[in-house]
Design a protein around this ligand. Structure first.
Ligand SMILES: [Zn+2]
Length: 133
């Protein structure tokens, strides 16, 4: 658990915003940033974002719910949300753990995601749900 990044405290209720500011979410982060990671699946390799996890109850939309667009592909289990105005990925409901959201660490107010390096890589190409036998 990461409670501060380069001197910036991760608040128990920390705000997350898209680039244009239309979308503002409040995250419950009592344990700070949990399980930050990159992923090499087909969508994450294009986004390039560092992602961390919260339970589904851990995200409240403060502003801009109408600006959030949903993108789904393949098995259509995961729900990927982004701002319709600036295009920035904010969060997604995970496929491997549907009781969790992943969120864009780079959207946390005041947090420089590059200060987290090194960040582990998730093996998203070989998704657990795609492995057989
Ligand atoms: Zn936006």
């Amino acid at each position: 658990m990461i409670k501060s990044v380069a001197g910036v405290a991760i608040l128990p209720k920390h705000r997350l915003s898209c680039h244009c500011g239309a979308v503002v979410l409040e995250l419950d982060l009592p344990d700070g940033i949990v399980n930050p990671r990159r992923c090499d699946c087909s969508i994450c390799r294009r986004k390039g974002a560092i992602v961390a996890s919260v339970p589904l109850s851990g995200i409240t939309v403060i502003q801009g719910g109408e600006a959030l667009k949903l993108y789904q592909f393949n098995t259509k289990v995961a729900k990927h949300y982004f701002c319709a105005h600036c295009g920035i990925y904010t969060h997604h409901q995970r496929r491997s753990f549907p009781d969790q959201y992943g969120y864009n660490v780079g959207c946390l107010e005041g947090v420089n995601p590059f200060a987290l390096e090194p960040v582990p890589l998730n093996d998203g190409v070989n998704h657990p749900a795609d492995r057989q036998g």
